[in-house]
Design a protein around this ligand. Structure first.
Ligand code: ZN
Length: 82
C-alpha cells in the first residue's frame, strides 16, 4: 500500500488552473465522417459557412467531395465518397 505524495500535489495544481476560453466555441461546427474510397481513408468534413453543404478533401489525393444538406435526406453521419 505505497502511495506517492506527488499524486496529491498534482491533483491540487490541476484543479486551480483555469482553462483559457476567450469566448469562441470552435467545436460547435457539425461534421460528417467520410470514407474516401479512392484511398480507403476516413476524413472529417465540416459544414460550409452557409450551412447548405459539407465540403471536404481526400487527405491523400486531394480529391474534393461535396454533400448537400437537404430535407428528406439521410440522417447518417458516415458517407462513402467514391
Ligand atoms: Zn483519395
Amino acid at each position: 500500500m505505497a502511495s506517492d505524495p506527488r499524486d496529491y500535489k498534482l491533483d491540487l495544481s490541476n484543479a486551480s488552473a483555469g482553462a483559457p476560453s476567450p469566448g469562441a466555441s470552435p467545436q460547435a461546427r457539425p461534421y460528417l465522417s467520410v470514407l474516401f474510397a479512392c484511398c480507403n481513408v476516413y476524413q472529417r468534413i465540416y459544414r460550409s459557412p452557409d450551412g447548405n453543404t459539407y465540403q471536404g478533401r481526400c487527405p491523400r489525393c486531394a480529391k474534393t467531395v461535396r454533400f448537400a444538406v437537404g430535407e428528406g435526406g439521410t440522417s447518417a453521419r458516415t458517407f462513402i465518397a467514391s
